[in-house]
Ligand binder design. Structure first.
Ligand code: FES
Length: 169
């Protein structure tokens, strides 16, 4: 192959890559699995086909259960990225609740802690932040707000995640 032929092929490949990079935000609009969503500042609510995140036997009364799931979620404007979502399910007196497990203080992952007081069972080890397992409200430590609430429902023995909120106002 001649030198000019190689230059042409290199130029053509660069053109294809540049075209893909520029078109990918548009293409993502057609391949979404979390619909619909809305932004308020950087905050968002995402709804999607329900996803099984646990079984009721995983979360006996008076306990918490950590889970993670991958979802395509809003990132910036209409763009979405595949994200790992970390959450915690609680069972208090037979009522199930689910929250983001990301601490609103500095982003550590919270967990269930049997050694804490009843209203502080969701605990963040990083700076001793605590949250109420019934409503996600902050009950101790430096977190500036409660945990983001995830919407779940029970179907048979399964606990399914239906929607979630994230981001900041
Ligand atoms: S990161 Fe959770 S209390 Fe600081």
């Amino acid at each position: 192959m001649t030198k000019s032929g190689k230059v042409f092929i290199a130029f053509f490949i660069c053109l294809l890559i540049a075209g893909y990079v520029m078109a990918s935000p548009i293409l993502q609009l057609f391949y979404q699995d979390a619909e619909p969503y809305r932004f308020t500042g950087y905050a968002f609510t995402a709804e999607f086909d329900p996803i099984k995140i646990a079984e009721t036997s995983d979360v006996p009364d008076g306990s918490g259960y950590s889970f993670s799931v991958k979802l395509n979620l809003p990132f910036a404007g209409p763009q979405k990225v595949r994200q790992d979502i970390y959450g915690i399910i609680t069972n208090v007196d037979g009522e199930y609740h689910a929250y983001s497990a990301v601490c609103p203080h500095l982003g550590c992952i919270v967990r269930w802690d049997d050694d804490q007081a009843p209203e502080e069972k969701i605990f963040c080890n990083c700076h001793n932040g605590a949250f109420n397992p019934v409503n996600g409200d902050v009950t101790a430590g430096p977190p500036p707000r409660g945990l983001d609430i995830y919407e779940i429902f029970i179907e048979g023995d399964d606990i399914l995640l239906k929607s979630l909120t994230g981001g900041e106002e």
